[in-house]
Design a protein around this ligand. Structure first.
Ligand code: ADP
Ligand code: ZN
Length: 433
């Protein structure tokens, strides 16, 4: 099996623990001595760096929220001067004002190393041609994958987003073997290819997708692997942590998080209390090596699990489970917590349904009303009314059992719901308008 940095990736867990503790102590001391922001926070929380003596002591340090980063001007948190900075990026701004991040050369190198290790573990190598169809620009996806893949020796096609027919033309003409994009965009490319009479499975060399930036389900994985013949690999990261950082290996059982760069925790999203390995909660990340914008205990807002069992590939680093939603993604409908990913999970198990759906929320009188609009596949669109009615009531029933609330279901014509080049927007909330 090929690995980009075998020494680090297969390091025995005890050694990794020791290295993490050494890096954590150095980080806390450095920030206490040189960052007025972190020093003030540590003083307020009454934690002196000397109190960090074991890895679990990290829980004594104060957490950092996205809001903290949003409210600060870049200069207040940055620990690098213009002379040392080599780049800026920003978050997409899915949940509010975009946060701005900066990088020193070492930050870019660490990030690139993480991506190179990840995509190599997913099966990419110097013979591969990777089309990067994430946006290039302030968004971290495009350049993050670009640098990682180049470091690995892949040939990169920097397609960025948009112009789907041209994307497909490149895939065919250049013999592209892998694509990096959002899962919703790969599904969209699948649709466009059908329309123009191109069979991705038999007419192209595409065999691997590095897919992230938005939540997606196992049902979606099955559709991409069976329908398009593209092995679907999950990749995760956020701009605050650098950008896309960790992806699944060929085993596809969680995303390897490199412990020599990162310390993970999972906490109860409401109380902030640390949870045990395997328990589901909010992901909290400490970046051990970041220079320009150091990050201690960053509450990502993303809900997942962390698994410390050794992976089938032999790598010793922890694995991140699928992100099932983000805390601020959670909808409260008639007092019940609902994640859009639960709706996707129910819909994708019906072979009659297409890939696009939308959740529309309205307030009717005092009550919230939830409508799930979902596209039919072209072949099911021809079905008779009785068949469609029975499909609708089956979906209704399953939504009710899964979400614990009832939702109205609308089956729409194929191709009528919005498509997205970047992150898909599944929820239209008209309740506060
Ligand atoms: P934001 O979307 O918060 O403005 P970013 O552009 O940095 O900021 O995107 C990071 C966010 O995207 C993550 O916090 C997470 O919610 C989402 N995300 C990224 N990759 C995945 C993935 N593989 N699965 C689910 N969600 C993801
Ligand atoms: Zn693995």
């Amino acid at each position: 099996m090929s690995a980009w940095n075998p020494k680090m990736e297969f390091m025995p867990k005890e050694e990794l623990d020791k290295l993490q503790l050494k890096l954590l102590k150095a980080l806390v001391h450095r920030l206490y001595d040189y960052s007025p922001f972190y020093r003030q926070r540590m003083d307020l929380a009454k934690v002196h760096p000397d109190r960090i003596r074991s890895l679990t002591d990290v829980a004594k340090l104060p957490c950092m929220q996205k809001k903290d980063l949003r409210d600060l001007e870049p200069g207040q948190l940055f620990m690098a001067s213009n002379r040392e900075l080599v780049r800026y990026h920003a978050s997409s701004g899915t949940t509010g004002r975009p946060t701005i991040v900066g990088y020193t050369q070492k930050d870019v190198d660490t990030w690139t190393e993480s991506v190179a290790r990840g995509i190599a573990s997913a099966g990419l190598g110097a013979d591969d041609i990777l089309q990067v169809a994430y946006t290039y620009g302030l968004f971290t996806g495009g350049l993050g994958l670009h640098y990682g893949a180049e470091r690995l020796g892949c040939t990169v096609v920097p397609a960025s987003t948009g112009n789907s027919e041209r994307q497909l033309d490149m895939i065919k003409r250049l013999g592209v073997t892998a694509i990096a994009c959002t899962p919703s965009y790969l599904m969209h490319l699948g649709e466009v290819s059908q329309r123009i009479g191109l069979d991705i499975k038999s007419d192209t060399n595409l065999r691997l997708g590095i897919l992230g930036a938005e939540p997606w389900s196992e049902g979606m994985r099955g559709r991409m692997e069976d329908g398009l013949g593209v092995k679907a690999i999950n990749i995760y990261g956020t701009s605050e942590l650098s950008g896309p950082l960790w992806c699944e290996c060929v085993e596809q059982r969680g995303m390897h998080v490199w412990g020599d760069q990162t310390l993970l925790e999972v906490v109860d999203p409401e109380t902030g209390e640390t949870l045990s390995p395997g328990e589901k909660g909010e992901l909290v990340v400490t970046m051990l090596l970041k220079e320009a914008v150091p990050i201690i205990r960053y509450r990502t807002g993303d809900i997942t699990t962390v698994d410390w069992e050794e992976c089938g590939c032999g790598r010793s680093h922890p694995r991140l489970g699928r992100i099932t939603g983000r805390v601020d993604d959670m909808l409260i409908i008639r007092g019940i917590n609902v994640f859009p990913s639960q709706v996707e999970y129910v819909l994708m198990s019906n072979p009659e349904l297409g890939n696009e759906f939308q959740i529309v929320l309205e307030r009717k009188g005092a009550l919230d009303d939830m409508l799930v609009r979902v596209e039919l596949k072209p072949e099911s669109f021809q079905d008779n009314v009785a068949k469609l009615e029975s499909l609708k009531s089956r979906i209704n029933e399953r939504l009710k059992n899964t979400l614990m609330i009832s939702a109205e279901v609308e089956l729409t014509e194929p191709g009528t719901l919005p498509r997205f080049e970047g992150k898909a927007k599944r929820v239209v909330d008209k309740r506060n308008i």
